[in-house]
Design a protein. Structure first.
Length: 402
C-alpha cells in the first residue's frame, strides 16, 4: 500500500530582536543570525521565510540561508505578497529599465543587476557582449536558479550564461551539482569574451577571472582619466588588465606604464592594447610590487593612477588599510612631476569614503606642494548602492601646481 503524501511543511516563521525589527522597517536588506530570537522550525537554504513583528504582523519576507551568519536576505517589507515568477520578472525588468538609457551601441559591457540594490540579494549579473555572468554569494539562490535562468533567457535570447560562485559557497555548490565557471546556458565560451566599453575593446575572462571577469565598476573613472591624460606621461599602478591605461592612451597620453605584480594581468593588458590598434601612446608593462617599485624608482609621471585591490577585507583590517592608503598616496606623489594629477581610488568597503578622501588629502598637505581638488567620485550608475554596506568604491582627483 502506498504511503499518503507527507503534509506540506508550515511556512518558515521568524521573530527577531527589536533593533532588527527597526532596521527591517527602515529598508535594510540583511538579517543576521544573532538577531533571530525564535523560529518555528529548521529552515533550508533558499526557503522563503517570513518575519513577524512583536504584534504577530507580517514584517518581511526573504531568502533563508542556514549556512551563513547573514541568515535572511530580505526581498520585501510592508504588506504581504506572493513572491512568484511574475514578481521576480517585474523586479528584473525594473533593473533593466534602470539601465536602458545609460549606454549606447558603443558599450555592451556593464552591470545588469547589482545585488540587493536591485532587489536580488546575494546575486549580481554582468553583461559582456552576448555573455551574462551570474555571480552568487549565497547558497539560498541554488533552488531558484532554474527560475532566474528562465527569466534571463526570455530577456536575453541567444546569450550564454556563466555561473560564478563566491568562495564560501563552493562546497555547498558541489552538493547541488554546480561549480564556479560552469556555463549554465548556451555553449562554453572557449576563451576570453571580447566586449566594448565606450568604443574600446577589452577581454573578460568570465570563467576564471577576478570578480566576473573585468572591473566594470571603474568605467566612469576611466573616462575621467581619459579627459585628463592629453600629452601626459601616465602611470597606472595596480593596472590589472590595463583599463585605465587604454583610456589614457585614447585620451592622448604620450606614454603609459601599466604596473602590476601579476604577469597574467600584464599579458592581458598587452592583449587589450592589441585589440585597439592606433591608440598612439607608447605602452610599457612593468611587473613589480607597487609599494616597493614606487619607493625605488626615480621615474616621474604627469598623471598617476593608484587603484589597488581591497586593503581591508574585514573590519579588523581597517586601521592598517587607512595607513596603507596614506603611504601609497605619499609614494605616488613623490613620482608625480610638477603640474601633475594624482588619481587615488579605494574599493575597501570597511574604509568610508570620507575617511579615504581625507587620508589622501593629508598626504597632499604633508607633501608641501600647492594643490587643488578636482573632484571626488563614488559608484557608477549601473553599480548604484541602496544601503550603506553596499558602498565600497570611491576616488579622489588632485591637481598639483607646476
Amino acid at each position: 500500500m502506498s504511503q499518503p503524501p507527507a503534509p506540506p511543511r508550515p511556512r518558515l516563521r521568524l521573530r527577531v530582536s527589536a533593533p532588527a525589527e527597526a532596521h527591517l522597517r527602515a529598508g535594510h536588506p540583511w538579517l543576521y543570525e544573532g538577531s533571530v530570537r525564535e523560529q518555528n522550525r529548521e529552515g533550508e537554504a533558499g526557503e522563503l521565510a517570513v518575519v513577524y513583528d512583536r504584534r504577530d504582523r507580517f514584517l518581511a519576507i526573504g531568502l533563508y540561508d542556514p549556512h551563513s551568519p547573514l541568515r535572511l536576505r530580505v526581498l520585501h517589507t510592508g504588506l504581504p505578497l506572493n513572491v512568484d515568477e511574475a514578481w521576480w520578472g517585474a523586479r528584473l525588468d525594473a533593473a533593466l529599465h534602470r539601465r536602458a538609457a545609460l549606454f549606447g551601441p558603443d558599450t555592451d559591457g556593464y552591470r545588469v543587476v547589482n545585488g540587493e540594490s536591485d532587489g536580488f540579494p546575494g546575486a549580481v549579473i554582468d553583461r559582456y557582449a552576448d555573455t551574462l555572468v551570474l555571480k552568487l554569494y549565497t547558497a539560498a539562490w541554488f533552488p531558484h536558479l532554474p527560475l532566474l535562468l528562465g527569466l534571463l533567457e526570455s530577456r536575453f535570447p541567444g546569450f550564454r550564461v556563466v555561473l560564478r560562485l563566491s568562495r564560501n559557497i563552493g562546497e555547498l555548490a558541489q552538493g547541488a551539482g554546480l561549480r564556479d565557471g560552469l556555463t549554465v546556458v548556451g555553449r562554453e565560451p572557449g576563451g576570453p569574451v571580447v566586449f566594448r566599453e565606450t568604443g574600446l575593446r577589452f577581454e573578460a575572462d568570465v570563467v576564471k577571472g577576478q570578480k566576473t571577469g573585468f572591473f566594470l565598476d571603474q568605467r566612469e573613472n576611466r573616462r575621467r582619466v581619459e579627459g585628463l591624460a592629453g600629452g601626459r606621461r601616465v602611470l597606472n599602478a595596480f593596472s590589472f588588465s590595463g583599463g585605465f591605461s587604454l583610456y589614457a592612451a585614447r585620451g592622448g597620453a604620450r606614454e603609459v606604464v601599466s604596473l602590476d605584480l601579476s604577469a597574467h594581468a600584464l599579458a592581458g593588458a598587452e592583449r587589450n592594447f592589441a585589440l585597439n590598434p592606433g591608440l598612439g601612446a607608447a605602452h610599457e608593462t612593468v611587473r613589480a610590487d607597487v609599494f616597493e617599485w614606487l619607493g625605488q624608482t626615480r621615474r616621474e609621471f604627469d598623471l598617476v593612477v593608484l587603484d589597488p585591490p581591497s586593503l581591508a577585507r574585514r573590519e579588523a583590517e581597517r586601521e592598517g588599510a587607512v595607513r596603507a592608503y596614506g603611504k601609497l598616496a605619499a609614494d605616488g606623489l613623490r613620482r608625480l612631476a610638477p603640474g601633475g594629477i594624482l588619481v587615488s581610488a579605494s574599493c575597501s568597503a570597511h574604509v568610508s569614503a570620507e575617511e579615504f578622501w581625507e587620508v589622501v588629502r593629508g598626504a597632499a598637505r604633508r607633501s608641501g606642494r600647492r594643490w587643488r581638488e578636482l573632484r571626488t567620485s563614488r559608484h557608477a550608475p549601473d553599480h548604484h548602492a541602496s544601503f550603506p554596506e553596499a558602498e565600497y568604491l570611491k576616488a579622489i582627483f588632485l591637481h598639483f601646481e607646476a
